[in-house]
Design a protein around this ligand. Structure first.
Ligand code: FAD
Length: 285
């Protein structure tokens, strides 16, 4: 693999496609980003259970077929302790050392589900008891919808660190001040693990608005205005998205941030372009 000259570090998130035909395109996207030498590639875990096997398989294949470090997302809500222990053993045996440990969204179905786990903290405790995984966790600069206060966010993050988490990735955000203030607050409270901004390049404004509402994430009017009239023009939307994310990353870089996690939505081109304009280069460039 060609080497990279870099000032910033990046990681990329993918989701396992449900459609088996999409797997080739996913691999092409992973290969496109590989020369940027990301710190890791993470693979999400379907809350509804539909893509769980696909996550396990994809994580293990990335480990086998590439020089990349895969990180497996793992959610615990609704699972039994025995199920999680089995997944952890399987990953450890396959040489996977990085887990993004999450609670997951509460199941919508009314039928009873296992309550072996209530929070991500329960999962971290179990994983660390069994194996010495590198544990990454979530953080919410604009507060998780279930949280009552920002103080609760910090308390929970501290608990996760005490249990062994070594890094946090934030929920996506569009107003950088939320992230910058969150970091300031974390430093004041003695939280000293890396908290990496989760960057979402918006290409589908309607879907993002829905998701942002659900996740308590503010979408500024100025951002929405930039996408006005572009519903049937995906090419221009992509260019607009690149401009917005470039601007967001530059603001964060000016505040001393050097590490970025991209929610790629399985499309490498936009993340690659943004990394390129931010100065990430492969030697062949
Ligand atoms: P937690 O950290 O457990 O927090 C949930 C709520 O409980 C918060 O209000 C918190 O304050 C409170 N809480 C937590 N611990 C305690 C405690 N010990 N005592 C009292 N209160 C507590 N979802 C997926 O389904 N699959 C994925 O792959 C996935 N990847 C994600 C990656 C990132 C970087 C992020 C930010 C989110 C991801 N999610 C994923 C979404 C996530 O699962 C949801 O936001 C979910 O609702 C919360 O999970 P969590 O681990 O953040 O929860």
């Amino acid at each position: 693999m060609s080497q990279v000259s870099k000032k910033i570090s990046v990681s990329f998130e993918f989701f396992p496609p449900k459609d088996p035909n999409a797997i080739n395109s996913l691999w092409a996207n992973i290969k496109r980003l590989e020369p940027l030498d990301p710190t890791f590639i993470s693979v999400t875990y379907g809350a509804g259970g539909s893509t769980r096997e696909n996550t396990h398989n994809l994580v293990k294949e990335i480990k086998k077929k590439t020089n990349l470090k895969p990180a497996a997302h793992l959610t615990c809500i609704g699972s039994t302790q025995a199920e999680i222990e089995k997944i952890a053993e399987d990953y450890w045996e396959a040489g996977i050392r990085d887990i993004v440990a999450l609670r997951g969204d509460k199941p919508k179905q009314k039928k009873p589900f296992s309550n072996d786990f209530r929070y991500a903290t329960d999962l971290i405790a179990l994983l660390k008891k069994k194996f010495d995984f590198n544990i990454t966790v979530s953080a919410y600069p604009e507060m998780h919808p279930d949280s009552l206060s920002l103080e609760q966010e910090y308390d929970v993050l501290k608990k996760k660190i005490d249990l062994g988490a070594c890094k946090a990735i934030t929920q996506f955000f569009f107003e950088s001040n939320f992230f910058i203030d969150f970091i300031d607050g974390a430093i004041k409270r003695g939280i000293n693990i890396p908290i990496v901004p989760g960057i979402l390049p918006v290409t589908n404004c309607k879907k993002t608005i829905e998701f942002a509402k659900k996740m308590n994430c503010n979408m500024p009017k100025s951002l929405l205005k930039m996408f006005e009239g572009l519903d049937s023009d995906p090419d221009t939307r992509k260019l607009v998205a690149a401009t917005i994310v470039y601007d967001q990353c530059q603001t964060l870089i000016s505040e001393g941030i050097e590490d970025f996690h991209f929610y790629t939505l399985n499309r490498a081109d936009l993340s690659f372009a943004i990394c390129h304009i931010l100065g990430l280069r492969t030697l062949k460039d």
